[in-house]
Design a protein around this ligand. Structure first.
Ligand SMILES: Nc1ncnc2c1ncn2[C@@H]1O[C@H](COP(=O)(O)OP(=O)(O)OP(=O)(O)O)[C@@H](O)[C@H]1O
Ligand SMILES: [Mg+2]
Length: 331
């Protein structure tokens, strides 16, 4: 039995972990989820609705699938922006079986009318559908099987309070420390059956912005460089890693060209700030949502910028990182 389990695990080893114990890091989140999942299973109940939020690429979608898997449940996925008619959502909800999971990605982008249908679906497992028009209009109540909604979002603050309040389990997914990213890289190396030296894994980890998706992408790019240099190569070493990351313009803090342009613009064009996002976005011709959701959270977390009511401000650390003298000013 044990041997079978191991064989199965090896067979199942894909880039996206399938079980909670294969999901690296986020220890506090995993511990809580384990309690809720185990208890729900013991009571033979469906799991309460789950909201996962945090920056892109940290493993929200992966975790949603793991939770469903641990509950031995089917999971159906839909992206919020693709739901534009109430009928679309009702069609999905009425197809669910008891205990099924519905994963709604980018849930902060749900159209308002759809969101209102979700309220009763989440709370009472019913939807009220209006059929007909004007005088002949009728409301039909459709009873749904008990199900679990998992919502994922990069912008928890954009969720309306009524929607947020209907999730019984809410977890923030944070940037990973480099030790955990190094573990994820070693796992990726096993999945691809392509070795990596400890110091090389650590080098990629330090430059991955605490983000598994970036770590996996850098692993693949560094492997490209390693195999380009030597087609028979079976292992990523530190010198190849350092050279590849330099060629990819990723510095030792994980900052890339866009981060540099962003910081340089605040410092050189706007005197270090504070500068509003709109002005900054047009000065560097970057999409505002990308700046706000992808670039800024990491720059803030690492202390390169701060967000003030009057706009973004470059910190002393940003000046030092870019090798620019930090002039003391009164803001
Ligand atoms: N804890 C983890 N352990 C191992 N691998 C992970 C972990 N978290 C994420 N990954 C890997 O990182 C990749 C990105 O994760 P995922 O797609 O789940 O992120 P996300 O938070 O849903 O991103 P987005 O906000 O862009 O939808 C996955 O393919 C997975 O391989
Ligand atoms: Mg996702």
């Amino acid at each position: 039995m044990e041997n079978n389990d191991i064989a199965l695990q090896e067979y199942d080893l894909s880039l996206r972990p399938k079980r909670l114990n294969e999901y690296i890091g986020q220890a506090a989140v995993k511990e809580m989820l384990n309690v809720f999942i185990t208890s729900a299973l013991a009571r033979a109940e469906t799991l309460d609705h789950v909201l996962l939020y945090g920056p892109p690429g940290l493993g929200k979608t992966t975790l949603a699938h793991i939770i469903a898997n641990e509950m031995n449940a089917q999971i159906y996925s839909v992206a919020a922006p693709s739901l534009d008619r109430v009928g679309d959502l009702v069609a999905i909800l009425t197809k669910l079986n008891a205990g099924d999971f519905l994963f709604i990605d980018e849930i902060h982008r749900l159209p308002r009318i759809i969101e209102e249908v979700l309220y009763s679906a989440m709370e009472d497992y019913v939807v009220n559908v209006v059929v007909g028009k004007d005088a002949t209009a009728n409301t039909i109540k459709i009873v749904l099987p008990p199900f679990t909604l998992v919502g994922a979002t990069t912008r928890c603050g954009d969720l309306t309070a009524p929607l947020r309040d209907r999730f019984g389990i809410v977890h923030q997914i944070n940037y990973y420390p480099p030790e955990e990213i190094a573990e994820i890289i070693k796992r990726t190396s096993r999945v691809f059956a392509f070795d990596i030296d400890e110091d090389a894994a650590w080098e990629i980890a330090k430059r991955s912005r605490g983000t598994p998706r970036i770590a996996n992408r850098l692993f693949r790019r560094v492997r490209d460089f390693a195999q380009f240099d030597d087609p028979d190569c079976q292992k990523i070493t530190w010198p190849v890693t350092a050279a590849a990351l330099t060629k990819l313009n990723i510095d030792e803090a994980g900052l890339n060209e866009t981060d540099y342009r962003y910081l340089m613009t605040i410092i050189e064009k706007f005197g270090g700030g504070p500068v509003g996002l709109n002005a900054l976005g047009s000065a560097i011709s970057e999409d505002l949502t990308t700046l706000e959701d992808v670039y800024e959270p990491y720059l803030i977390q690492e202390g390169f910028i701060v967000r003030t009511p009057r706009g973004r401000l470059a910190t002393k650390k940003a000046y030092e990182h870019l090798g620019i003298e930090y002039a003391h000013r009164l803001f």
